[in-house]
Design a protein around this ligand. Structure first.
Ligand SMILES: Cc1cc2nc3c(=O)[nH]c(=O)nc-3n(C[C@H](O)[C@H](O)[C@H](O)COP(=O)(O)OP(=O)(O)OC[C@H]3O[C@@H](n4cnc5c(N)ncnc54)[C@H](O)[C@@H]3O)c2cc1C
Length: 596
């Protein structure tokens, strides 16, 4: 076992982690731990853009952006946080420009901007050009730019280090504080203990609970799972976003930028059906509305193809020049994966699991909440794994690249300042006990269950029962399936017993996180008897502000630490979630009927 000591530890090297590290690295001794090479993080797959009311190509302002974010999130957004994000967006983009990010430009040399779903002028009157972009590789450019700047500021990276636990200790004042984290080094199988004064989780989303998803294989919700297993809450887990345009049958993402540039959705009759659902902004309605509309078209028999199970994204009128210059990667994806050339024929698309609105609850400085009122000293979270909540029940396109920059920066500053104001608090006596136990258990287990089979079954039930539309029955089915899978998970065996590059073992650990998160998602979805944003119930079709305009908070009830048979922190069993609620912060906009 190896020991390390830093001021600040950042877990995750995506956009949020690296934006935090740039701030922290200039103020305190900072290490970034990442399970994959930094520039392979999912932020690099982001295509369409990052929004800010720069007014470079038409009139815009941060107040309209705030309103769009709140309405887009179906009024579950914490409005104080949304206002901060929209205001700080402008500097967030300019900071990236100064760091060297090559944005697309207008003929006058300003950063160019394009349209995206739900971003409007004058509170919904018409779409507005708010998304800054670098072709359809915006995330790639952000990630490379941030990485280079981290290197410049002397941030130390530990690549292919899987963080599997976070440590808490009680300080002299009797307060429980975060004191570090424990990681497994993929190359050697060694366990490393990192002592730190503050820890920032920036581990990204958990799209792999679904089968059809735009998310990379690495998005298994580790950070959320680790924090949840400490008895800390997860917020708004039922709100998972289905992006309207995944390549049909595959889930690979076709950015909303395609519709921003003028792409149109059509059903089997060639009808531009979004005119019926969102007469003002049509195909540029927020994602929850477009995804629900597409699912309805298919349910009502107006889908395309032999199984009538998808709709078409038509860009044939845009011309080769626009597609090749502004959307080159997406044009190539469609050719490569479906054999469809968007220049001459429409592309088959269907909603794909895309983004977690919920996650580790934090305040606007990234401090992790212990409950509705208090936070955990020294523990921070930012990016997709966190819930501030600026996205409420439905995130607007380009607001995530923005979120990771604004709140990544804030968390990095806060974590470094906290580290400066405190001394190291002693770690628990055996800081690696839980991780060592997990790893030993998995290496020696001889059960008959295989990780791949359980993962497939989990993804299939989530796709079938907890997708765009849900009902009491489908959710109960999903919950009992997940429960059974958790029992089976207790009997898994890992075939690779070795130390070096044992990805088998880590996939088993990741599956445990996915099972916990799926359970929290389905459990809170079952309790939310209304339709709001990304959570659409066929049996409760309307939004119910009286009973449900509140954030859900899921707490995992922990097994007794003294119980020798307690499942070594791998996963607990069902019916051990306590659900609580937290008020929404409303500073300015009372909820209204949501029309587009
Ligand atoms: C295909 C696609 C396109 C998108 N396009 C856009 C877009 O155009 N605009 C927009 O605003 N949003 C977009 N999004 C969403 C946005 O890209 C993500 O929400 C955002 O980039 C998440 O950033 P992050 O830093 O939180 O996490 P990530 O970039 O996913 O990084 C997570 C990091 O955590 C690390 N990690 C995870 N677990 C562990 C562990 N156990 N130990 C150590 N390290 C760990 C990983 O190694 C990685 O470095 C898109 C998403 C996808 C999937």
């Amino acid at each position: 076992m190896q020991f390390h000591k830093y001021d600040v530890l950042i877990v995750g090297a995506g956009g949020a982690g690296m934006r935090a590290a740039i701030e922290s690295g200039q103020r305190a001794r900072t290490a970034v731990l990442t399970k994959i090479y930094p520039t392979r993080s999912h932020t690099g797959a982001a295509q369409g853009g990052m929004c800010a009311a720069l007014s470079n190509v038409e009139e815009d302002n941060w107040e309209w952006h705030t309103f769009d974010t709140i309405k887009g999130g179906d009024y579950l957004v914490d409005q104080d946080a949304a206002e901060i994000m929209a205001k700080e967006a402008i500097d967030a983009v300019l900071d990236l420009e100064r760091m060297g990010l090559p944005f697309n430009r207008t003929p006058e040399g300003k950063i160019d901007q394009r349209r995206f779903g739900g971003h409007t002028r004058e509170h919904g009157t018409a779409p507005v050009r708010r998304a800054c972009y670098a072709a359809d590789r915006t995330g790639h450019m952000i990630l490379q730019t941030l990485y280079q700047n981290c290197i410049k500021h002397g941030v130390e990276f530990f690549n292919e280090f899987y963080v599997l636990d976070v440590n808490m200790s009680t300080n002299e004042d009797g307060e429980e504080v975060c004191t570090g984290a424990v990681a497994y080094e993929l190359a050697t199988g060694e366990i490393h203990v990192f002592e730190a004064k503050s820890v920032v989780f920036a581990t990204g989303g958990f799209g792999k609970v679904f089968k059809t998803t735009s998310n990379a294989h690495t998005l298994t919700g580790d950070g959320m799972g680790i924090v949840y297993r400490k008895g800390l809450p997860l917020e708004d887990m039922e709100f998972y976003q289905f992006h309207p345009t995944g390549l049909a049958g595959l889930g690979i993402l076709i950015s909303e930028a395609v519709r921003g540039e003028g792409g149109i959705l059509r059903n089997v009759d060639g009808e531009r059906f979004m005119e019926r659902y969102a007469p003002t902004i049509k195909d540029l309605a927020p994602r929850d509305i477009v995804a629900r509309s597409m699912a309805l078209e298919v349910l009502e028999g107006r889908g395309c193809g032999s199984n009538k199970d998808y709709v078409l994204l038509d860009v044939t009128h845009l011309g080769e020049e626009v597609l090749e210059s502004k959307l080159p990667d997406i044009t190539a994806f469609s050719r490569t994966y479906l054999g469809v050339d968007p220049i001459s024929e429409p592309v088959p698309v269907y909603p794909t699991a895309h983004y977690a609105m919920g996650g580790i609850p934090t305040n606007v400085d990234g401090e992790v909440l212990r409950d509705n009122e208090t936070s955990v000293s020294g523990l921070y979270a930012a990016g997709e794994c966190a819930c501030v909540s600026v996205h409420g029940s439905n995130r607007l396109g380009t607001n995530s690249l923005l979120d990771i920059n604004v709140f990544g920066r804030r968390a990095g500053i806060a974590a470094a300042e906290y580290a400066h104001s405190r001394e190291h608090v002693e770690m628990p006596e055996e800081p690696a006990k839980l991780v060592q136990g997990m790893v030993d258990h998995l290496r020696t287990a001889h059960g008959g269950e295989r990780v791949a089979n359980i993962r497939t079954a989990l993804q299939e039930t989530m796709d079938a029962n907890a997708s765009v539309y849900r009902t009491e029955d489908t959710l109960k089915q999903a919950l009992s399936d997940v429960q059974l899978l958790k029992e089976r998970y207790g009997r898994i065996a890992v075939h690779d017993k070795g130390m070096r590059f044992n990805s088998d073992l880590l996939e088993a650990v990741e599956l445990g996180f996915l099972l916990d998160l799926a359970e929290a998602l389905v459990n809170s979805a079952l309790a939310r008897k209304e339709s709001r944003g990304g959570h659409a119930r066929e049996d409760y079709g309307a939004r119910d502000d009286t009973n449900f305009m509140r954030h859900s908070m899921s707490y995992k009830q922990l097994p007794d630490a003294e119980d020798p048979d307690a499942p070594l922190g791998l996963t607990g069993f069902l019916a051990d979630i306590r659900l609580d609620y937290k008020p929404v912060s409303v500073t300015r906009y009372q909820p209204m009927e949501r029309k587009y």
